[in-house]
Ligand binder design. Sequence first.
Ligand code: TRH
Length: 381
Amino acid sequence: MRATWDIFCNVVDNYGDIGIAWRLARGLAREHGLAVRLWVDDLRAFQRIWPAIDADADRQACEGVTVCAWRMPFAATEPAQVVVEAFGCALPESYLAAMAERFPPPVWINLEYLSAEAWVAAHHGLPSPHPRLPLTKYFFFPGYTSDTGGLLAEADLAGRRAGFVRSGTPAFWRELGLGVPQADELRVSLFAYENPALPDLLDAWAADPRPVTCLVPEGRVVPQLAAWLGVSSLQAGDRHQRGALALRILPFLDQDRYDHLLWACGLNFVRGEDSCVRAQWAARPLVWQAYPQAEAAHWAKLDALLAHYTEGLGHETARAVGGMWRHWNGQPETAGVAACWAAWRAQLAAIERHAEAWCARLGLAGRLSDKLVDFVENKLK
Ligand code: TRH
């Protein structure tokens, strides 16, 4: 009998919650042969990253996963053997009570947010008994080192990327209505939150000695781009040229095609959690915008990943990477964007080599789905 898993995802903001829950659910079903139900409270957000999803269906099969609409009041449901709550979303009370009645009780996991901070390893795997019910929740922390829960990645990810890079890129550009890049052109993907640093960066690109093409999937940053261009609105398919900068708005891509964009571009601006990890697996240079938190709490996350990412890099290269990342995240002590961009540009070849090496090193943390399955199997014994 296949083990049964329930994954609960409450979409708080944007696409990271569902992006990660979906990636995990797909991986557990496809690679581990598990019977996975994914409960999602916002199927419209889900549909954005995976258009095959029917946003009105109570229950549907997709990629080997049973996708269930998480509606309240929650209908009586027999709990699975393993229950994963993504990012501390509170489980329905009735479901929790049903979990407590099950013997043995389900293995209950809280999948936490990813951070490169040092405290993560010490908290990974810790139990937390429920105050009333005979249930224990375990905190499962993704992370960048082998003593954490590792990183989400499909087993065939490197192979698929290599195949795409070998022969798939021209066709991908054609699908987007673009030719292959010119020899000295830099193609940049931009996925970002609203960012006060953006207009200056666009100015720097427009003044760049070489062509820069910036590809922007529709989303939160588009109104800022429109304001910089001096146009009233922008939509997918729009193209604008300012100096050396060609700006192009793309439709929001499905999760797999977004990977292709990351693999095809020479530089990826990414944000949050999932796109950041995917950009690292893309083995291309990246600039990360951490999810903004109150009192700039995200700067600690940024600094931790930056320290880890630039470890062992030459001084000038590390400075160039750090300058761009910090500037993009609004840290006050950095130079202006034109200087940051020029320094980054000058180090491009070294940054590209590093991105490849970093991607190879990432594997040392282990794959999250393998580690989660191992962790759960130990608890089930
Ligand atoms: O959308 P996000 O800002 O989500 C955030 C973060 O995860 C943050 O850490 C969390 O605290 C907050 O949600 C609640 O960024 P993220 O994590 O990169 O997720 C974006 C998802 O969207 C990712 O799975 C990739 C996907 N995507 C597409 O499928 N197509 C696209 O065209 C683009 C740009 C993204």
